[in-house]
Design a protein around this ligand. Structure first.
Ligand code: ACO
Length: 321
């Protein structure tokens, strides 16, 4: 038994923040942001608009694309680093919105690798027969974790949500998933405060993203190169067997380096970082949805998804669409 993606959905909040807008907030330039990151704009959730709101839009679109009703779903996983509440999980809040009662629903947190982790977990549920129709969502309001005085981080991130419906199938489907982490790097990319340290730990800037960007960059490029090799070897495939690379959208230079490693022309790499910024766990499912809906990705093609994020965490999913 395999698991197969049968529908995709994505959602971006209406409000757009351009590089020109950021020039008015911090000491930066459109040219610096474009050259170093490839980002030209990002979307920002409106006041009173929360992660579950974005997740619900993306989930409903994915269900519609799959021709499924919420009542068909027997597993809900939401990957998020920006949950609406300490508890219940955003997955439970989404479940309520969808009026679906009783099926398992939980969040997973692996920062930018969150969706890849969630898909890896959902794949195991479906392959073992524990679920037949999973709703897997990556949803973030990451701009709420930003210090808008810190030019080294506030220009990078955006808000959004992406979702897939993953169903049991005798045809592949997901061929393999590869999940990794190394907590030794926790200090390079972190929000240092947190609940168990007490709410005071979230004051004085400790509730915001801090990042040693150039060190993250180097590890990300090397690690993503290795995960590409690991994924191809595990499936006895050649680089040329991959039709589409759907990378985490953190920085165009990291994406280009991974494409070079695969010997792939950028024409076969889905890029949304220019328009979405880094939406953390939402970036891979939103990129997938964009390329499915505009007709680039076609049934039967071989897709490689990969991501890297805080933790560090990293992972990949190889699948036949
Ligand atoms: N505008 C203008 N100048 C800036 C800005 C800005 N927005 N931000 C930093 N600078 C300056 C720095 O102060 C520094 O100035 P100095 O040389 O006078 O000290 C200079 O630009 C170079 O800074 P670097 O950090 O070395 O720049 P770099 O080329 O590394 O680019 C960037 C920074 C874009 C953050 C890059 O390192 C990067 O993309 N890193 C990886 C990010 C990533 O992949 N994160 C993982 C996922 S995120 C997650 O998991 C939540």
């Amino acid at each position: 038994m395999y698991s197969r993606i049968t529908g995709t959905g994505g959602y971006l909040p209406d409000k757009v923040l351009t590089n020109a807008d950021l020039e008015k907030i911090v000491d930066t330039t459109d040219q610096w942001i474009r050259e170093r990151t490839g980002i030209s704009k990002r979307h920002v959730a409106a006041e009173g608009q929360f992660t579950v709101d974005l997740a619900e839009h993306a989930a409903r679109r994915a269900l519609e694309a799959a021709g499924r009703d919420a009542q068909d779903v027997d597993l809900i996983i939401v990957a998020t680093t920006t949950p609406d509440r300490v508890f219940p999980s955003t997955a439970c809040l989404l479940q309520k919105r969808l009026d679906r009662h009783g099926c398992a629903a939980f969040d997973i947190q692996a920062v930018c690798t969150g969706f890849v982790y969630a898909l890896g977990i959902a794949d195991k549920f479906v392959r073992t027969g524990a679920a037949r129709c999973a709703l897997v969502v990556g949803a973030e309001t990451l701009t709420r974790l930003l210090d808008w005085n810190d030019r080294s981080t506030c220009v990078l991130f955006g808000d959004g949500a992406g979702a897939v419906v993953l169903e049991a199938s005798e045809e592949p489907g997901i061929l393999s998933t590869h999940l990794h982490a190394d907590g030794a790097y926790e200090h390079l990319l972190t929000v240092p405060g947190g609940v168990s340290q007490g709410y005071d730990s979230l004051t004085d800037g400790h509730g915001y993203v801090t990042m040693k960007g150039n060190e993250v960059f180097k590890v990300a490029v090397n690690t993503l190169g290795r995960i590409v090799d690991e994924t191809l070897e595990a499936n006895k495939l050649e680089k040329s067997d991959i039709d589409w690379l759907i990378p985490h959208q953190a920085n165009i230079r990291i994406i280009q380096a991974t494409a070079r490693k695969l010997g792939m022309s950028m024409d076969h790499v889905v890029v949304t970082v220019d328009e979405h910024g880094n939406t953390s766990s939402a970036s891979v499912p939103m990129a997938l949805d964009v390329a499915v809906r505009d007709g680039r990705i076609k049934p039967g093609e071989m897709l490689l998804m990969e991501a890297f994020g805080g933790g560090f965490t990293w992972g990949s999913v190889l699948l036949k669409f």
